[in-house]
Design a protein around this ligand. Structure first.
Ligand SMILES: NC(=O)c1ccc[n+]([C@@H]2O[C@H](COP(=O)([O-])OP(=O)(O)OC[C@H]3O[C@@H](n4cnc5c(N)ncnc54)[C@H](O)[C@@H]3O)[C@@H](O)[C@H]2O)c1
Ligand SMILES: O=P(O)(O)OC[C@H](O)CO
Length: 351
């Protein structure tokens, strides 16, 4: 479907992994898109093959998608001098959380328009959410927001229906992202709850590791439903303690993404859990994945954050103990089942 010429925008996607590539393919149905990646050889291969054969093979690039390894060119693509309101380009940061800070530093001082990030997690070293990293680096220089929700790259690249949420405190940024991304098979909802949206997107990855592990151990569908539900309770406890709205955790970026990632075998985080159940070492699992699994660093960051805040997160602690302390899945299951009974609904920070 070609967008009406008047509505075409210039979009740059910074980061050429699976998700950046899928989003670039999806928006190139209606806009002029430049996909930037830091590896010059990989980008040259992509330009020749018109396919991201390493991170998202089998999804040919549409004609309006170009690729580059030249950062200046990528940023200049969205800088149109004198662009009228409603015609600005959009920068989409598609790195993992670990790459967000260095990427934003590279953008500092450049006259860029709106920016959204796609990563889901807490920064490992600082425990910060992406919007806090954004403010740390760029302050109020430009408007920013998180685009999140249940979305496997392969399905989006295939053009299957998908619903996302753009979270930002800037109404203009939200409107820009809806104007660019909403349409065809993509629905984009808006929210001003950055904390809620980002906590949901981050902690669901930890719960997907837990659920993958339980499924891999053959603990059954009852256990899976219990894990997802108690996982949602945990996400909500942490998120509301940090200032997120409780309703956000019942929405696309909370319950929606939690269900998808815990149950869908396309999930890399779920596959980490399946690997743990097989007795594989974490290094082996991560090497075999060949993609980022944000739930791994996130489990550690969230364990520390929750301990600091006094928020009860037994599933997160359990996942972190398997990943980092050598606790075996069977021992963890026994430990979880032996926990004292309690009220199903707990106040945010109570234990
Ligand atoms: N894959 C999905 O289905 C999906 C969906 C929604 C959100 N996400 C989120 O999007 C983020 C990226 O995931 P992905 O699937 O693209 O990961 P991926 O492992 O497929 O690719 C990661 C890409 O980021 C690049 N990268 C890493 N650090 C970088 C840096 N400092 N500067 C530039 N590039 C850097 C790598 O070279 C690679 O191209 C993650 O936070 C993930 O949780 C992924
Ligand atoms: O493959 P995962 O586990 O990183 O999940 C991908 C997306 O976040 C799902 O919305």
């Amino acid at each position: 479907m070609q967008e009406n010429q008047a509505n075409r925008r210039r979009i740059t996607v910074l980061g050429a992994g699976a998700w950046g590539t899928a989003v670039a393919i999806a928006v190139a149905a209606r806009h002029d898109v430049l996909l930037w990646g830091r590896n010059a050889d990989a980008m040259a291969d992509m330009a020749a093959a018109r396919d991201n054969t390493h991170y998202l093979p089998g999804f040919p690039f549409p004609p309006a998608l170009r690729v580059t390894a030249d950062f200046d060119e990528a940023v200049a693509h969205v800088q149109r001098d004198g662009a009228a309101d409603g015609e600005e380009g959009l920068l989409i940061a598609a790195t993992p959380v670990a790459g967000l800070r260095p990427l934003l530093h590279s953008l500092k001082g450049r006259p860029i328009p709106n920016l959204v990030w796609l990563c889901k997690g807490f920064e490992y070293e600082t425990g910060l959410l992406p919007h806090q990293i954004f403010r740390d680096v760029l302050g109020d220089e430009i408007a920013g927001g998180a685009l999140s929700g249940p979305s496997f790259a392969q399905e989006v690249a295939r053009g299957l229906p998908c619903a996302l949420t753009i979270a930002s405190t800037s109404a203009a940024l939200r409107d820009c992202v809806v104007a660019v991304v909403h349409g065809g098979t993509m629905r984009v909802y808006s929210s001003d709850d950055l904390i809620g949206v980002e906590v949901g997107g981050a902690v669901k990855n930890v719960m997907a590791i837990a659920t993958g592990c339980a499924d891999g151990m053959g603990l059954g569908l009852n256990a899976r439903a219990a894990l997802i539900t108690r996982g949602l309770a945990e996400v909500t406890r942490l998120g509301t303690t940090l200032g997120g709205n409780i309703e956000t955790f019942m929405g696309l970026t909370g319950m929606g993404d939690l269900i998808l990632t815990c149950t869908g075998d396309l999930s890399r985080n779920r596959r980490v859990g399946l690997g743990l159940a097989q007795g594989k070492a974490l290094d082996t699992i991560v090497a075999e994945l060949g993609h980022v699994a944000e739930g791994v660093p996130c489990a550690k960051a969230v364990r520390e954050l929750a301990a600091r805040l006094g928020v009860d997160m037994p599933l997160t602690n359990g996942v972190a103990s398997m990943l980092f302390d050598g606790v075996k899945p069977e021992a963890l299951v026994a430990r979880m089942l032996a926990r004292d009974p309690r009220d199903e609904t707990l106040a945010p920070a109570s234990k």
